[in-house]
Design a protein around this ligand. Structure first.
Ligand code: 5GP
Length: 250
């Protein structure tokens, strides 16, 4: 069982804005390493926030373990250190799924919507995953035409995204936090099972407290105080960790 195996980093497969993916001795498993880099606007705004990788790795582990308890298939296997997780190797579908419970961010700018408008049902949008194009909004027909995903894959990622969104709304509600929106990436494992990949953290979700204050990467997108960003990520970790002990390497 991979859960009981000690895996070591082998070759770096990919380096993204917030994480690195490393091959391991096990072909179908990777190590995901969380960096301290924080970016916004497709990397236009960039900084380094000490311990950000540790906080996000720990937050993501708690969320993935919660999703597993609710039988949601994800690439997550286990956390193996302050910044590292063992994950299944996926062939990522190049279509990002954004699901919105309230209007904020790009949808407000695109359609001049009032921030905070509550959608009657969660609103799902597809974006073509291509940094050189700034991940543009894409319609289903083009996804099918260009074979970025099959009809079955689209149907499945849409179905899973709505279920995960519902679970995550319930998760945050118990802490008095409103889940505004979130981004998902899905992929296929070696047996062609479709499942959630990447991360779920305050980098990929918008979270508001009861006063409508941001507890996520918007604090960085809209401000310059890295200490404030850090205290927000730390606050989120403290809130959800309860008796879980943080892996911080100390
Ligand atoms: P928006 O479309 O308003 O910029 O983003 C909607 C939601 O998806 C937000 O929670 C935002 O954090 C997340 N999101 C959208 N695109 C990306 C991306 O490229 N990287 C990350 N980390 N999150 C994204």
């Amino acid at each position: 069982m991979i859960e009981n195996m000690e895996l070591e980093k082998f070759n770096k497969l990919y380096e993204g804005k917030a994480k690195e993916l490393w091959e391991t001795s096990e072909l179908n498993y990777l190590i995901s390493y969380y960096k301290d880099d924080i970016t916004a606007g497709n990397g236009e705004k960039k900084d380094t926030m000490l311990r950000k990788g540790i906080l996000n790795q720990n937050i993501c582990t708690i969320i993935y373990e919660y999703l597993h308890e609710h039988k949601v298939p994800t690439h997550f296997i286990k956390s193996i250190g302050p910044r590292e997780q063992v994950v299944k190797k996926l062939k990522i579908i190049p279509v990002e799924v954004i699901i919105r419970n309230y209007a904020a961010g790009s949808i407000c700018r695109r359609y001049n919507l009032p921030k905070g408008h509550k959608f009657k049902t969660p609103l799902l949008e597809l974006f073509y995953k291509d940094d050189s194009l700034n991940d543009p909004l894409v319609v289903k027909d083009l996804v099918l035409e260009m074979e970025w995903a099959t009809a079955y894959e689209l149907q499945e990622i849409t179905r899973q995204a709505h279920i995960i969104n519902q679970r995550m709304v319930e998760f945050w509600k118990q802490y008095g936090i409103t889940l505004v929106d979130q981004k998902f990436e899905f992929g296929l494992d070696n047996d062609l099972n479709i499942m959630l990949g990447d991360e779920i953290t305050p980098d990929t979700q918008r979270l508001w407290n009861k006063d409508g204050e941001s507890l996520d990467k918007d604090v960085f997108r809209e401000g310059d105080d890295l200490d404030e960003v850090h205290s927000v990520y730390q606050y989120i970790y403290d809130l959800i960790s309860k008796e879980t002990e943080m892996t911080d390497g100390c």
